[in-house]
Design a protein around this ligand. Structure first.
Ligand SMILES: [Zn+2]
Ligand SMILES: [Zn+2]
Length: 251
């Protein structure tokens, strides 16, 4: 499995891009940085997009992508997420007000995008991958995922504060090579992190005690751009790697 970091921040500034990972050049995990990071001939090869939740920093390039790929693919890009997220995309984004309904463009029969929902703790097939969704702790329905290609598996936490079920599901796996995990706010903003469903370095440290790691790489993402330097200092003592834009991994 090949993993490329297109965006690993919880927002944007020069040098920071919202959450987006590319698996094997064909599956996107979240869509916060799809259209400004890869050229059009690579963008049209993305067949599936798996969204952790509906928040703007995770879906922001979906509308721009739809506009770019219209007429350039023979089958729709399938956007997979929990039912709440898919409902939000229909009602609030592709509603012919904020943006055209690209699930009916250029035609309802062969559109740019198809939206496909699953239950928050489902096991679903996404392209060639088996995906296990796990609900995590966030103000809107947010899911972590395990993505498995039959040989190796990666996990992504989604946006979450302290959570339980995710760790129980992860601890049952012996094929996990990489865990992508969020950390958003510095320790001094613990109260803000708690009400907004995010980790600080302090809560990350406590959460990692729940994880039976067995050699799995732990990679941090979703650092809020205004606090990147402070967060890097505050996680320096932890056995984790802070992701940088353009990082690639093969496992
Ligand atoms: Zn976010
Ligand atoms: Zn969020």
């Amino acid at each position: 499995m090949k993993l490329k970091v297109l965006g690993c921040h919880g927002g944007e500034l020069p040098g920071c891009k919202s959450t987006c990972f590319l698996v094997d050049d064909r599956l996107a995990l979240d869509a916060g940085a799809l259209t400004s990071t890869i050229p059009l001939d690579e963008l049209v090869k993305v067949d599936d997009i798996l969204l952790t939740h509906s928040h703007f920093d995770h879906i922001k390039d979906l509308p721009l992508m739809a506009d770019l790929i219209v007429g350039r693919r023979d089958k729709p890009v399938i956007v997979h997420s929990n039912a709440e997220c898919i409902a939000t995309l229909k009602q609030s984004l592709f509603n012919n007000e904020l943006w055209p309904d690209f699930t009916r463009i250029p035609s309802a029969k062969n559109p740019c995008l198809k939206l496909r929902s699953f239950k928050s703790s489902a096991n679903v097939k996404v392209g060639p991958y088996q995906v296990r969704a796990v609900p995590v702790t966030h103000p809107v329905e947010s899911c972590g995922f395990i993505v498995d290609d039959g040989e190796a598996a990666l996990a992504i936490s989604g946006d979450t504060g302290p959570t339980e079920q995710f760790w129980k599901v992860l601890n049952k796996r012996d094929d996990l090579k990489v865990l992508l995990i969020e950390t958003s706010f510095p320790n001094e903003l613990q109260a803000l992190a708690d009400i907004s469903g995010h980790f600080t370095p302090n809560t990350l440290e406590k959460e990692l005690e729940k994880f039976d790691r067995r050699g799995c790489e732990v990679l941090l993402y979703h650092l809020k751009p205004a606090f990147v330097d402070q967060l890097k200092r505050e996680v320096r003592h932890l056995p984790v790697q802070v992701l940088e834009l353009g990082d690639t991994f093969e496992f």
